[in-house]
Design a protein around this ligand. Structure first.
Ligand SMILES: [Zn+2]
Length: 299
């Protein structure tokens, strides 16, 4: 596929007699290829984030993300860094660079419940789920930009959809846990706002946290009604919305498979992703070490 694209592009050059600097042609940074992720842990100045910094580093969080994303065929290097953001609990993408703020990691960490929630969500899932979803959401922004993908609708919603679709590819158990953990994080965020949301707050580019939770649950339910049937049974997702979620999922699937799949080295992805990316019960799997897992648990 890649070879065909390159040959086609070269042919276009000869015919047109023009040299165009697009993302799919050979440029100064080289032809599109896999393994284009560069990572960095920026040392925080504020002592308050020292623990988060050390912990993320010790667990090799970015190293694992780098491996996970290595099958992406990108026209240039994508930098991913964990850094301090002047007190802002944020994550953002700009110019082939993703920044996840220690402040945001710390905030997600603080919201982790001490024990399993009444609806059965494990504490670790409320940490790993949102953190991984945030990273994939930013990766989606990067893909839209670097691959020059057309986006219909709000980009923030589209990035959420890509992240949800990727979470669903991680296997049934991991998908369930990460999605429930992420949805719970959105609810906690929504509850903090309470009923006091100002009109102005609706003007933001993101959907509200509650809407983002419902969108995520809907895509999951639409992907696999049986696996996620409890979302409706337990009232996490209203029946009225659930009815047409399969169509919402199919739309995301179609867009992802058409626009993003051609930029994934499938053989490499199959080889890499056929492993337990999420595991927190090492005693259940004697062959596994914490390093085998995408994000190891909090000890
Ligand atoms: Zn975003």
């Amino acid at each position: 596929m890649l070879l065909l694209l390159t040959m086609k592009t070269r042919l276009t050059f000869i015919i047109a007699g023009l040299v165009l600097a697009t993302t799919l042609v050979v440029t100064a940074s080289g032809a599109p290829k896999t393994d284009r992720i560069k990572i960095r842990y920026v040392t925080p100045k504020d002592a308050a984030y020292q623990q988060v910094y050390l912990d993320m580093k010790r667990r090799g969080t970015l190293e694992k993300l780098k491996v996970f994303l290595s099958p992406l065929i990108l026209p240039r290097t994508l930098r991913i860094r964990l850094a301090e953001c002047d007190g802002e609990a944020d994550a953002y993408y700009d110019s082939a660079s993703i920044t996840i703020c220690y402040e945001l990691v710390a905030e997600v960490w603080e919201n982790m419940p001490e024990e399993t929630t009444p609806s059965g969500i494990e504490p670790i899932d409320t940490l790993v789920g949102p953190l991984f979803e945030i990273m994939l959401h930013e990766v989606a922004h990067a893909l839209f930009d670097l691959l020059e993908l057309p986006v219909l609708g709000r980009e923030e919603d589209a990035a959420d959809q890509v992240a949800a679709y990727m979470l669903l590819r991680l296997g049934d158990e991991a998908a369930r846990r990460l999605i429930l953990g992420t949805a719970r994080a959105y609810y906690v965020e929504e509850l903090k706002t309470g009923d006091c949301r100002s009109l102005e707050q609706y003007s933001g580019e993101h959907s509200t946290p509650a809407q983002r939770a419902f969108n995520l649950l809907c895509i999951a339910y639409g992907a696999n009604k049986k696996l996620f049937s409890d979302f409706v049974d337990k009232g996490f997702l209203p029946k009225e919305r659930a009815k047409w979620c399969f169509e919402e999922y199919e739309q995301v699937e179609d867009a992802f498979e058409t626009l993003i799949r051609p930029h994934i080295d499938q053989e490499l992805a199959d080889r890499l992703h056929d492993r337990p990316w999420l595991c927190d019960r090492f005693e259940d799997s004697a062959d596994l070490t914490p390093e085998d897992c995408l994000l190891a648990p909090v000890e």
